[in-house]
Design a protein around this ligand. Structure first.
Ligand code: TXA
Ligand code: MG
Length: 350
C-alpha cells in the first residue's frame, strides 16, 4: 500500500493539509498523527472495518482494546452508557491532556474497539494537530500508539515511518511528542479510581483531585524494587528494544559501580554494551555507547526522551542495554514502568 506523508508544522497548523487527512479517516482509511503523548494510528472508531485495519497494520493482538479519541467533551455522550460525576471532574481538570478514562460503553461502540469488554477507554488529546484532525473528521477516532506491536511507542514521525511505511494510508509528520509516554489510564468504574497504566498525569495529581486513588495490583507487584531476575514472558515483550535490557537501581555511586562491573564482564564475553545513563552520570562510564535520557532533576525530560533513546540503541546495534533506574516520584513512576517493561522486568537493586 502506498503511504502518503503529510508534513504539518504543529505551531502553525495548515488546515487544508489536515482536511486531506480527515478525508482519509472519513473514508475508512488509517492515518498516523502526533499527539502530546506519542504518535497514534487513527481510524474511524465507529467503522468496524476501518478499525480492523489498525490491528492489521500494527500486528496487534485482537484482545487488546483501543482508546477512542475525541475533540470535545460532548463527543463522549454517544459512546458511553453514563458519565460519572468523577469523569466530569477529571475532564475539567485534565482534558485535553494525557489522561484516558474508562467508561461503561454504549451499544454504538463496536466490539472490535473494546475487545469485547463492556467498557470503553476515552481520551481528549491536547495536541493541536490531533484535536483539529478529529474535529475535521467529525467522528471519534480509535488510536493506539503508531508503532508495530511490541516495539517502543513512537515519539517522532521518523519512528512511525520506520514501523508503518507501506502499512497505513497516511502519516502526518508533525514534530516531536512533548510528553513522550502514553497517557495515564484510569478506571473510574469502581468505588476507588484505579490507575491501570501510569503516564503523564501522575498519581499525585490524581490524588489531589480524587482523594483516594489506587494502583492496579499487577502494576504494584511489578514495581517492587527488590531483585526480580525473571526471563521475559510473552506478555512482557512491550516496548522491547532489540537488545536485551537490564535496569540497575539504587544510590548513584553504587549504581555506577555495579553497571561498570557488569559492563566489563559482558564486554569480556564479546558483547557490545550500551548504557542508558543520565546527564549527571553519563561521563562515569567507559562503554562503547553511552546515551543520556536527560537530567535526573526532571523526570518529564527523561519521559520525553525514553522511547527515542531505546530506538537509538537499536539503530546503533548494541547487544545489551544497562539502564540506570530513576526516582519513581511524579512522572518517574511512568518512566520506570515503561523501563521495566522494556527490560522484561529484569531489575537489580543495589
Ligand atoms: O497516549 C496514549 O494513550 C496513546 C495516544 C495515541 O493517545 N495511545 C495509546 O494506545 O497508548 P494503546 O492502544 O497503545 O494503549 C491503550 C491502552 C492499552 O494498555 C489497553 O489495554 C488499554 O489502554 N485499554 C483500552 N481500552 C480499555 C478498557 N476498556 N479497559 C481497560 N483498559 C483499556
Ligand atoms: Mg501501545
Amino acid at each position: 500500500m502506498e503511504t502518503q506523508i503529510i508534513s504539518i508544522d504543529p505551531s502553525c497548523i495548515d488546515r487544508e493539509k489536515l482536511l486531506e487527512a480527515a478525508d482519509i479517516l472519513k473514508n475508512g482509511g488509517t492515518v498516523a498523527f502526533p499527539t502530546e503523548t506519542v504518535y497514534g494510528l487513527g481510524a474511524n472508531a465507529l467503522d468496524q472495518s476501518a478499525v480492523g485495519k489498525i490491528f492489521e497494520a500494527k500486528g496487534r493482538p485482537s484482545d487488546n482494546p483501543l482508546i477512542v479519541h475525541v475533540a470535545d467533551f460532548n463527543d463522549i455522550e454517544p459512546l458511553v452508557e453514563k458519565i460519572p460525576a468523577t469523569a466530569r471532574k477529571l475532564a475539567e481538570k485534565f482534558w485535553p491532556g494525557p489522561l484516558t478514562l474508562i467508561f461503561p460503553k454504549s451499544d454504538r461502540v463496536p466490539a472490535v474497539i473494546t475487545a469485547g469488554l463492556d467498557t470503553v477507554a476515552i481520551r481528549m488529546p491536547a495536541h493541536g494537530i490531533a484535536r483539529t484532525l478529529i474535529r475535521l473528521a467529525g467522528v471519534p477516532i480509535a488510536a493506539p500508539s503508531a508503532n508495530l506491536s511490541g516495539k517502543p511507542s513512537p515519539t517522532r514521525a521518523a519512528h512511525v515511518i520506520e514501523d508503518l511505511m507501506g502499512r497505513v494510508d497516511a502519516i502526518i509528520s508533525g514534530g516531536e511528542c512533548l510528553v513522550g509516554l502514553e497517557s495515564t489510564v484510569l478506571d473510574i468504574s469502581g468505588e476507588i479510581p484505579a490507575i491501570l497504566r501510569p503516564g503523564g498525569i501522575t498519581l499525585e495529581e490524581l490524588t489531589q483531585v480524587l482523594g483516594e486513588v489506587s494502583l492496579d495490583p499487577a502494576l504494584e507487584e511489578k514495581m517492587d524494587s527488590t531483585v526480580v531476575p525473571k526471563s521475559p514472558g510473552m506478555k512482557y515483550t512491550h516496548y522491547a528494544p532489540k537488545a536485551e535490557m537490564m535496569i540497575v537501581d539504587g544510590a548513584i555511586t553504587a549504581m555506577i559501580e555495579k553497571i561498570e562491573g557488569i559492563r566489563k564482564s559482558k564486554e569480556q564475553e564479546g558483547l557490545r554494551v550500551g548504557i542508558m545513563a543520565t546527564e549527571e552520570t553519563k561521563d562515569s562510564y567507559e562503554a562503547f555507547c553511552v546515551l543520556s535520557m536527560g537530567s535526573r532533576q526532571s523526570s518529564e525530560t527523561i519521559g520525553a526522551k525514553l522511547f527515542d533513546t531505546l530506538r537509538q540503541f537499536d539503530e546503533i546495534g548494541v547487544d545489551i542495554i544497562l539502564a540506570e533506574g530513576i526516582s519513581r516520584e511524579g512522572v518517574g513512576h511512568a518512566v520506570m514502568n515503561r523501563m521495566l517493561k522494556a527490560a522484561g522486568y529484569r531489575i537489580l537493586s543495589v
